[in-house]
Design a protein around this ligand. Structure first.
Ligand SMILES: Nc1nc2c(c(=O)[nH]1)N[C@H]1C(S)=C(S)[C@@H](COP(=O)(O)OP(=O)(O)OC[C@H]3O[C@@H](n4cnc5c(N)ncnc54)[C@H](O)[C@@H]3O)O[C@H]1N2
Ligand code: MOO
Length: 411
């Protein structure tokens, strides 16, 4: 009998994988200069420094009256309105105990030390009376209170979302330096795989993982080169690797990493490069493999559809994110409570497909999908999270349970 293979600890394998992920700054990955709207979802390659203050001048936060109050302890009966300042226009200095009609965003005139919203006033001709107490500096947005000139507003490694683009636009910067996307060559292995549009032969299945992996990579911001289906032969697998490794930063395969004699992926990697990791204590996803083929990183996902998806999210995604230069690449756990019993745990760490409910005391209760099989994609389509159950650990309803939100993993 062959000795039982020692599986690699999930965290140790994950950390090892992350250590192998060279950041684009150290690997001289090319950068691009893009206009802001083209840079959505791209990774900043250099910090953004503001040339200006934002706001660029003290301005009103309200439609109302800009006051020059000489003594906040002894307010005059009323203030005379001596000028009108709209946004985009500048006023002139206002004298003690006079006011300017002012609008949101308009520059605060010299002498003004408080703005009252118009709802807190009564107006009689050119006189404005206050109906509520006021404080020094109220409703004045100060120059530079959002962004200081010469300050770094975003570090390298930020994935540019709409909020970042707006912030960069507010300092008048029209272009940013981002990393060129990572090129990932993908192929699926298996004689049973059938492309959509073709009739299924006996024993055939549709190549559904292609749609998972290509879209997961695209969503992450990678350029995907899809090499299609590679038949179960050592030669075809080697040829596919040689081509994909010469044309991409990373080669990702799916299937053919288990122990059967039709599993040619590992052998091809060992022949052409180096197999660094294989067989991890996780369920689903045990046969996940990592290595190098030429200059390219190799990630071998298992063929079972749920295993491929989950190993992508938990292992490949953090690796690729770090490789893409993202500073925020690791898993983010949330706390919940089990809504189920798990009396027969596996010897591997398990990632269970769960949905979230909020109970009467506002706690997140995790409900289990009944079929946790590695081929059951309905479990993932239904799920909102992956509950993390330590190897060999029984769970009882009501126990604390950490989980990863799919909305985060798929963002
Ligand atoms: N004797 C053993 N058998 C298996 C072991 C083991 O340790 N000993 N491990 C099992 C585990 S765990 C997994 S996960 C799978 C993974 O195997 P492979 O990565 O080699 O994948 P395949 O054998 O090629 O396929 C597995 C399964 O997935 C289907 N598949 C494959 N590619 C696709 C695709 N592109 N789209 C949809 N479905 C796909 C394939 O038809 C198989 O049903 O191995 C276990 N076996
Ligand atoms: O690890 Mo496999 O993913 O159990 O089916």
């Amino acid at each position: 009998m062959k000795p039982r293979v020692q599986l690699l600890d999930f965290d140790a394998a994950r950390l090892h994988l992350l250590e192998q992920a060279s950041s684009p700054a150290t690997s001289n990955h090319p950068t691009q200069t893009l206009n802001l709207l083209e840079a959505l979802d791209r990774v900043l390659a250099a910090p953004v420094v503001s040339p200006i203050n934002v706001p660029g001048f003290d301005n009103s936060a309200m439609d109302g009256y800009a006051l020059n109050v000489s003594d906040f302890a002894r307010l005059p009966e009323s203030f005379e309105v001596v000028q009108r300042i709209a946004a985009g226009h500048t006023g002139s200095s206002i004298e003690a105990d006079t006011a300017a009609r002012i609008f949101t965003g308009a520059p605060i005139p010299q002498g003004c030390n408080a703005v009252v919203p118009q709802e807190h006033t009564t107006v009689d001709g050119t006189e404005v009376k206050l109906t509520q107490a006021i404080e020094h500096s109220q409703n004045i947005r100060r120059c530079g209170e959002d962004i200081r000139a010469k300050s770094e507003i975003l570090p390298a490694g930020v994935k540019l979302g709409p909020q970042h683009l707006a912030m960069i636009a507010s300092i008048g910067v029209a272009t940013v330096s981002v990393y060129a996307p990572l090129k990932v060559g993908v192929f699926m292995t298996g004689d049973e795989l059938t492309e959509l549009g073709q009739a299924l032969e006996p024993g055939g299945i549709y190549n559904s993982n292609r749609y998972a992996i290509v879209s997961l990579l695209t969503k992450l911001g990678c350029v995907v080169n899809d090499y299609g289906i590679v038949r179960d032969s050592a030669e075809a697998t080697r040829e596919a690797f040689i081509k994909a490794a010469s044309e991409n930063d990373v080669v990702m395969t799916c299937g053919g990493v288990s122990v059967g004699e039709e599993d040619h992926v590992k052998g091809a990697v060992q022949a052409l490069g180096k197999l660094d990791l294989w067989q991890i204590s996780m369920k689903p996803g045990k046969p996940l493999a990592y290595g190098k083929v030429g200059q390219a990183d190799f990630i071998g996902l298992p063929g079972n559809p749920v295993s491929a998806f989950i190993t992508f999210l938990l292992m490949a995604r953090p690796f690729l994110s770090k490789r893409m230069g993202l500073k925020d690449f690791d898993l983010k756990y949330l706390e919940g409570i089990s809504g189920f019993d798990w009396p027969r745990p596996d010897g591997r760490r398990e990632f269970l497909r769960v949905a979230r409910k909020v109970d009467a005391s506002d706690q997140t209760v995790l409900e289990l999908y009944p079929n946790q099989g590695s081929g059951v994609m309905s479990s993932l389509a239904w799920a909102e999270g992956l509950a993390d159950v330590a190897a060999g650990t029984k769970i009882q309803e009501g126990d604390a349970l950490r989980y990863l939100a799919l909305s985060d993993l798929l963002s």
